[in-house]
Design a protein around this ligand. Structure first.
Ligand code: GDP
Ligand code: MG
Length: 692
């Protein structure tokens, strides 16, 4: 018999592809591929207690135990994938039957959906005659035995996924310690159904394929694809899915069940390999009806020995014992190949979590601690403000342009200047040239000599013009403070990120202070506008020089107007004032010269007014911001925090729930990773010992 199940060259070829190569991937050089014992160690199953795969398990066992421990520690939650054999297959393809054959136990089975949650099956050989079975789920352990196992799995499934037909991806672990079982950990997944049966949700297909994908996607997973001999392989849903994540099939192994039901053409199907199964096929016959496990194995052996068609199939690819041996080997190779990577990932993740924990605020235990922390926050926030508002240093926010405040404020001032300019120019174009001045002059005329320019006329025009632009500086102030407020709040919230109990009073304080400062700015700007309306004054010599420059045009302009005949072209180019139509001025000849002068004075003066407004606002804004940073903000925050609504320093002593939760999560994760590190350290030491 033993020659029947001896190892074939084809199998070792395939294994070779998966085998761990120390030269490539070992960081410490200790890990060796688990090499199988000679075929004599693989026993047959004549004898009740005979193992499917025997003592070379002793080497694999510690590897597998380590992986099982890691799984138990839930390192997968930390984003670390473990090598796993994942059983997939269409519904009723015989997945549970295969697992049952490997474990020598009875699992729930039937036509409907039975496997509704991922079932992690941990098979362990143990020397005593009595098998030991238990289920692990929802943090508890339920002992069971071969008689009740089916029932207990159903109860556990109902508890996890509800007692209808729903599915869930919370796994259920079944540990089978039994003499002679191969040391294997496998995950049985719900079978794929296209059509929901009565009571199942509409999206059952999406749900199941989601779970399956989650398990087979990681490169660390070995896909055990269960195919029924009665179907055409390329049409299997499970084949479609496994090919999506493993197109070359390098980590896919196929088990063909129900060989007894469809022996015709089976040999061709598995030799043709239409569906890219890189790790090869194994044809089996599972337990039928009430057969015992031992009877089933005998029937299987007999079938492949004697059936006219099935006996043609190479003995190295038939039978449950072959499947068990292949799986153990594949699993060992896969684990040794993944281990260095797992060690690295555990270390990386551990370091990352520890540094994150270090960055978290210390737990405050006294008022003095709290005061120190509070002052620290204020100090660092102020330093940030100085950097971004005053010194224009953006090292804290290199990529956030909104926080480059000196540049943004300068931009706003430029816009203000442009807007003021635009508004004045637009107004000029409305009326006929000089008519506004003439109308004002007509009203300002008094009993006196005609060659004195009445000052009231100039003031009237000035007041009108300033009145028209008065809303622009006010809007500017509002916009600028809105921006400043946003930046201030962002910076403050960033600095008290770890003390949520500080946030609301800090926010309130900043908002109050900014509201006050904004009010002051508004008063200030309205005052400035009012002052501009009150009188005309400047000591800037530019006024005189630009007025004289403009007045050079007076003489030619007046001459042109005097000589203007009825049919002459009546447009005059006035240089910087543009080209203007002048015919209408013929009717007001007495006023034109004064009006012209008035216009030129206003043009020269307006430049001064415009500059003065922008300069003044710019300086004022910087002054206010500086006051906010240097004088106002910390006092305001301290007042608010220590005041009746702030809660005071005592409140800082209570850690906020979100920070506490984060701290706890990190601590928990570090604990798991440290334990995992010990587990893998232990196993690599042992492997090193084997190597010696
Ligand atoms: P699952 O839905 O993929 O878990 O499939 P099950 O393991 O529940 O099997 C579905 C049906 O196929 C059951 O009635 C099994 O008894 C039957 N079955 C499984 N394997 C074989 C086999 O090798 N030969 C025969 N004749 N029937 C099988
Ligand atoms: Mg099943």
């Amino acid at each position: 018999m033993s020659s029947v199940y001896s190892e074939s060259p084809r199998l070792s070829d395939r294994m070779g592809r998966l085998a761990f190569k120390p030269a490539e991937s070992s960081s410490n050089g200790h890990i060796r591929p688990a090499t199988p014992e000679p075929s004599s160690a693989i026993s047959t199953y004549n004898d009740n207690a005979a193992p499917l795969v025997s003592t070379y398990n002793d080497r694999i066992r510690p590897l597998l135990d380590a992986i099982d421990k890691l799984r138990h520690l839930k390192v997968m939650k930390e984003g670390i994938e473990l090598p796993t054999i994942v059983v997939v297959g269409d519904q009723s393809s015989g997945k549970s039957s295969v697992l049952e054959s490997l474990a020598g136990i009875s699992l729930p089975r039937g036509q409907g959906i039975c496997t509704r949650v991922p079932l992690i099956m941990r098979l362990q050989h143990h020397p005593t005659i009595d098998p030991e079975l238990h289920l692990e789920y929802h943090g508890k352990i339920v002992h069971t035995d071969e008689t009740y196992i089916a029932e207990d799995i159903i109860t556990a499934t109902d508890e996890i996924a509800g007692n209808k037909k729903e599915i869930s991806n919370t796994p259920l672990t079944l540990v089978v310690k039994k003499r002679g079982v191969p040391d294997l950990t496998m995950v049985d997944l719900p079978g794929i159904t296209r059509v929901p049966v009565h009571g199942q949700p509409e999206d059952i297909y999406e749900q199941i394929s989601g779970i399956i994908m989650e398990y087979i996607q990681p490169k660390e997973s070995i896909i055990l694809n269960v195919l029924s001999a009665t179907v055409d392989f390329p049409t299997c849903e499970s084949i479609r899915m496994s090919r999506r994540v493993d197109p070359t099939g390098e980590r896919t192994l196929a088990v063909v069940t129900k060989s007894d039901k469809a022996p015709e053409g089976l040999l061709d199907k598995v030799t043709a390999d239409d569906v890219n199964i890189g790790l090869g096929y194994v044809c089996v016959r599972n337990r039928i009806g009430d057969e015992s496990y031992e009877e089933a194995r005998k029937e299987e052996a007999k079938l492949f020995q004697t059936h006219p068609l099935l006996s043609e199939i190479d003995k190295s690819i038939v039978g449950i014992p072959v499947l068990a041996r292949n799986l153990v080997q594949i699993q060992a190779n896969s684990i040794s190949r993944c281990l260095p990577d797992i060690v690295k990932k555990i270390n990386d993740k551990l370091n990352q979590n520890m540094s994150e924990l270090k960055k978290m605020p210390n737990h405050l235990s006294s008022v003095a601690d709290a005061l120190t922390a509070f002052m620290g926050i204020l100090g660092s926030a102020k330093e940030s403000f100085r950097k971004i508002f005053i010194r224009g240093e953006f090292d804290e926010y290199p990529n956030d342009k909104e926080m480059h405040c000196t540049a943004r404020l300068a931009e706003m001032l430029n816009e203000l200047s442009k807007e003021l300019q635009l508004k004045c120019e637009n107004n000029d174009s409305g009326d006929e040239f000089l008519m506004e001045e003439i109308k004002v002059l007509e009203e300002a005329i008094g009993i006196g000599l005609p060659n004195f320019l009445p000052r009231t006329a100039f003031l009237t025009i000035l007041q009108g013009k300033v009145g028209e632009i008065a809303s622009i500086p006010v809007e500017f102030v509002q916009k600028a403070w809105k921006y400043i407020e946003k930046v201030v709040l962002d910076v403050l919230m960033h600095h008290c990120e770890n003390y949520p109990q500080l946030q609301s009073s800090t926010r309130r304080a900043a908002q109050n202070l900014i509201a006050k400062l904004k009010e002051q700015s508004l008063e200030r700007v309205m005052e400035t506008v009012e002052m501009e309306q009150l009188t005309d004054y400047t000591c800037n010599p530019e006024y005189m020089s630009s007025w004289s420059q403009l007045m050079i045009q007076e003489e030619p302009f007046m001459r042109f107007l005097k000589n203007l005949g009825d049919y002459d072209a009546s447009k005059v180019n006035l240089g910087s004032l543009g080209t203007v139509e002048v015919r209408h001025l013929k009717k007001h000849m007495g006023m034109v010269q004064q009006a012209f002068d008035l216009r030129m004075r206003m043009t020269a003066y307006w430049k001064i007014v415009h500059q003065r407004l922008v300069d003044c606002l710019g300086l004022h804004l910087l002054y206010s911001v500086k006051n906010l940073v240097n004088k106002g903000i910390d006092r305001e925050i301290a007042n608010e925090f220590m005041g009746p609504h702030g809660g005071g320093l005592e409140r800082m002593l209570e850690e906020s729930p979100s920070v506490a939760a984060k701290r706890q999560r990190l601590n928990q994760s570090i604990k798991v990773l440290r334990e995992s590190k010990d587990v893998v350290a232990d196993i690599t030491d042992r492997i090193a010992a084997y190597a010696n």
